[in-house]
Design a protein around this ligand. Structure first.
Ligand code: TNX
Length: 530
């Protein structure tokens, strides 16, 4: 701690020097601001809190280095991440170097600063002059979020996977930015269809680019169990063997899951694992006869109907099973949260459901974690530390807030990534209606359900259920461009949300998505830049 403070002080002096330099630059800036530069500084998604354009350019060249403060491993790693991201399309070396004196002209510098009450945990400040790019944050995560802004200030071809011959300039100005809500998530259902680790990592990288910070993995459902549980091996050998429509399923070994968790954490994204129960459990019931009330294993299920399965809630083995499963996943997962589903348990009596959820909530607590459940859990006695995820019944979400629980906002008619865009979308569902790009963007989580305000809300999460989604290209098509809007709903102040302005800004991200080889839905509500 001492070292950090003294380092931060040392760099405080450096910043002072640089600030003088910066101000000089500003004093001498009386040029006319070129429209293209202003445009690029104003096209960031999610929209930053404060942007000031000064109308000049910083040029990244073959001589540019990325400077980091000595002694901060996290910042060194973030500097290296930035350098590696920029190396691909520029073809430059961009070496990462410790800053031991005044920053020489022509370079990028990441700095940790002492405290800045405006910035909050994920906030950052970015100052760009024609002489340098200075990114400051009070935390490593703030710097990581700011790095995404630097990437977005460069031409779209910076995201190409091959060297591009262009001018790598960044518009000058300053940005102060921080998150409005702490929870900005995507849920991926890997149970209805299984997706290999490389698909999940691709999604993690896409989320990071738009400052999302939660990846909720729906790891079990009627059609498949997707995480190795060492004490109950049939869950994956039998329960993981198939998928919707039949054919081979798949699962993550614990080593693969840990690798995904670590990859996400290197992008400052938290993985929240879900095992859905007491309903949506056919894959487990097919794996072990002993989990069934009649001691007979069910058949594997490859259809898409919901609400028919349930654990045997009056059997003590059921709770042993849950202890083992939650115990193993809790040990593998740094997140403070474990999601236990709890939705659509229509095969159970209400009293049994309540008793079950209360007991599972205690098991989750006993493993040192906080429980999350779909809002249906509000029927039970939810703890203040439990989170309820709103999906279709605002009254249940409201009930959960009366116990002090906070809400994750995922209303199906606005935030379900598996809903079709319109009647001609080939994949997806429509039970909650079509969700156009405008409709997905044009709402506020803080005033969507009467009686649930910002103080009750953790943030937003957009779920992708995968009954009809079979590969990475389908995932892209349903998640993009919606994810950009959800990121803005969660990150940017409500007062800055404006569909007409957003749709233009979104249009400028078309070439970026294309450069990242993302198969996005090219909605005609948006004028996509070429
Ligand atoms: C409802 S949302 C479900 C899922 C389905 C989804 C399809 C929720 C808690 N349950 O089981 O996959 O609709 O859109």
């Amino acid at each position: 701690m001492k070292k950090i403070t003294s380092n931060v002080k040392k760099f405080g002096k450096l910043i002072a020097l640089m600030v003088c330099f910066t101000q000089l630059q500003f004093c001498h800036t009386d040029k006319i601001i070129p429209a293209a530069q202003q445009l690029s500084i104003n096209n960031i998604i999610p929209k930053p809190v404060e942007v000031n354009s000064t109308g000049d350019m910083f040029q990244i060249t073959n001589a540019t280095k990325v400077y980091v403060p000595p002694g901060f491993k996290d910042v060194l790693t973030i500097g290296t991440y930035l350098s590696e991201k920029l190396q691909v399309a520029t073809g430059f070396d961009l070496p990462v170097t410790e800053l031991n004196s005044v920053l020489p002209r022509g370079n990028i510098c990441l700095l940790l600063i002492n405290n800045d009450p405006q910035l909050d945990n994920e906030g950052y400040r970015l100052t760009v002059t024609d002489g340098f790019v200075l990114l400051e944050g009070t935390t490593a995560v703030g710097l990581f979020r700011g790095v995404q802004t630097i990437r977005q200030l460069l031409p779209p071809s910076i995201e190409s996977s091959t060297v591009q011959n262009t001018n790598w300039s960044i518009p000058t100005g300053s940005i102060t930015d921080y998150a409005n809500y702490p929870w900005r998530g995507v849920m991926l259902d890997v149970a209805r269809h299984f997706f290999p680790p490389e698909n999940v990592k691709r999604l993690i990288d896409q989320m990071a680019y738009y400052k999302m910070n939660i990846l909720h993995l729906h790891l079990s459902d009627d059609q498949g169990w997707r995480l190795e549980i060492k004490s109950w091996p049939n869950l994956t050998s039998i329960g993981g063997s198939t998928k919707v429509g039949g054919g081979p399923g798949g699962f993550y070994t614990q080593a693969e899951y840990t690798d995904i968790v670590n990859y996400a954490s290197s992008r400052y994204i938290t993985v929240v694992p879900e095992f859905d129960m007491p309903g949506h459990t056919n894959a487990a019931l097919a794996s072990y006869a002993s989990l069934n009330c009649n001691n007979t294993a069910t058949d594997l299920y490859t259809g898409t109907t919901v609400g028919f399965s349930a654990l045997c809630v009056n059997k003590s083995l059921t709770y042993q099973f849950i202890e083992d499963v939650i115990g193993e996943v809790a040990a593998l997962t740094p997140s403070p949260y474990i999601h236990i589903g709890g939705d659509e348990a229509s095969a159970l009596q209400r009293a049994d459901y309540i008793q079950f959820i209360n007991q599972v909530q205690d098991i989750v607590s006993s493993k040192g974690k906080q429980m999350i459940g779909w809002e249906d859990i509000a029927l039970a006695s939810v703890k203040k530390t439990t989170l309820a995820q709103h999906w279709h019944d605002g009254n249940k979400a409201k009930t959960a807030t009366l116990s002090g629980a906070k809400i994750i906002m995922s209303p199906a008619q606005k935030a379900y990534l598996d809903m079709k865009y319109n009647s001609s979308t080939n994949i997806g569902a429509s039970w909650a209606g079509y969700i156009s790009v405008q409709s997905a963007y044009n709402w506020q989580i803080g005033n969507f359900i009467s009686g649930i305000g910002k103080e009750n809300i953790m943030g937003i999460e957009a779920p992708l259920w995968t009954e009809t989604i079979v590969d990475a290209s389908d995932i892209d098509y349903m998640i993009f461009p919606g994810l950009l809007g959800y990121s803005e709903i969660g990150w940017s102040p409500e007062t800055s949300h404006d569909w007409n302005e957003y749709r233009t800004r979104l249009g400028t991200h078309g070439p970026r998505l294309t450069a990242m080889a993302i198969n996005f839905f090219p909605s005609d509500e948006v004028d996509w830049s070429k």
